[in-house]
Design a binder for this molecule. Structure first.
Ligand SMILES: NC(=O)c1ccc[n+]([C@@H]2O[C@H](COP(=O)([O-])OP(=O)(O)OC[C@H]3O[C@@H](n4cnc5c(N)ncnc54)[C@H](OP(=O)(O)O)[C@@H]3O)[C@@H](O)[C@H]2O)c1
Length: 330
């Protein structure tokens, strides 16, 4: 553990954080002439002009407050500059505490860390969501949120969006996103004409066995970037299924990388933003070590051929109703 921490501290000190590494040694980044953050993570330019680190850590199901705090702090020390949380994960306090601790100990300014959160349906509605955002900022102990999603397309999400637009006007939020807008194929097309500020990112389940071709095309029409949840298949059966896939293992062996790293590299080369969840420090470190190699065209083709459009989370027709009746308890 001490060894891992020393490694991360060395990495931290050796990079000019967030600065544009235009002379990056990473072949993949160099060839795309991509700007990168600490840890060599490319920056994606969103449809509102903001630049979001393409890779980060997700904090769903961290297990406890202390685990979440340690995971986020350790990830930041390893070079992560993007954290994905949500009101519903009940861990925003710990995420904010870790971000503030890291900024204090490292001197890295808050502006170099991308913090995402999500509003839950019980706090949707004009006049309600703006207050919920203020409470969220208090929980996070931050002055602004980089990316705010409507977590679920349930209830009055249009009313929520109006308040989220006001929050952008007031400088409380920089970028807006839609999460799980894949309950129908028409949801995004119907949403766009009704809003003033276009969503910049769509967060959906996406991994090699469910590559989400149809919904990605709809999002791309509006220059909305895809961000993958369950990028490794989620915890439990999902990731074990992906990690034992023979094609992924063959490619992993060739590059001397783990199956998880091959999957994450595939997400990056597809142009997705990706936010793998991890509590194990070895996994947190391993997951960011994907910017020193590249999958070839034929390897990308083999990865794409794994698509079965088979999700690990099976949406239920009652989901949206159920979400409206579940109140995140602080
Ligand atoms: N918008 C939504 O509705 C929604 C839904 C789900 C998730 N999300 C977001 O997406 C993020 C990612 O999804 P997720 O965390 O559920 O699933 P995931 O990232 O696909 O998988 C997480 C699981 O993979 C394990 N893992 C991570 N790196 C590994 C590695 N290198 N080798 C082996 N195992 C590894 C983790 O283990 P350990 O914990 O033991 O380290 C954990 O059990 C979430 O954290 C959350 O921020 C959003």
């Amino acid at each position: 553990m001490n060894k891992i921490i020393s490694f991360c501290t060395a990495l931290l000190l050796s990079v000019t954080t967030f600065a544009v590494a235009s002379d990056s040694s990473d072949k993949a980044n160099r060839s795309a002439n991509t700007k990168t953050t600490a840890g060599n993570v490319p920056l994606l330019t969103l449809n509102n002009g903001t630049q979001m680190p393409q890779f980060g850590i997700g904090t769903f199901n961290q297990g406890s407050d202390e685990i979440c705090y340690n995971s986020v702090l350790y990830a930041l020390r390893c070079g992560y500059r993007h954290i994905d949380t949500a009101h519903a994960y009940l861990d925003e306090c710990e995420v904010g505490r870790a971000v503030n601790q890291f900024c204090e100990e490292s001197g890295v300014p808050r502006s170099e860390i991308w913090v995402t959160s999500k509003v839950w349906p019980t706090e949707y509605g004009e006049g309600i969501t703006l207050q919920a955002i203020d409470k969220m900022l208090e929980r996070l102990q931050l002055d602004y949120i980089d990316l705010l999603y409507v977590h679920q397309p349930a209830g009055d999400y249009l009313g929520a969006w109006k308040d989220m637009e006001r929050a952008v006007d007031l400088g409380k939020v920089r970028t807006l996103g839609i999460s799980n807008f894949d309950y129908s194929d028409t949801m995004i097309d119907e949403f766009i004409p009704a809003v003033r500020i276009k969503p910049a990112v769509l967060q959906i389940e996406c991994h090699p066995y469910a590559q989400r071709q149809k919904i990605r095309k709809i999002a791309a029409k509006y220059d909305i970037k895809t961000e993958s949840w369950f990028p490794l298949g989620g915890s439990g059966k999902g990731n074990q299924t992906l990690f034992s896939d023979p094609t992924i293992n063959k490619i992993a062996k060739k590059h001397g990388k783990s199956p998880a790293q091959i999957i994450l590299r595939w997400h990056i080369q597809e142009g997705f933003s990706v936010i793998p969840g991890a509590t194990n420090p070895a996994y947190i470190k391993e997951n960011i070590e994907i910017f020193d190699f590249e999958l070839s065209k034929s390897e990308m083709k083999a990865m794409r051929a794994l698509n079965k459009e088979s999700r690990f989370y099976i949406p239920h027709p009652d989901d949206l109703e159920r979400f409206l009746n579940w109140n995140p308890d602080y």
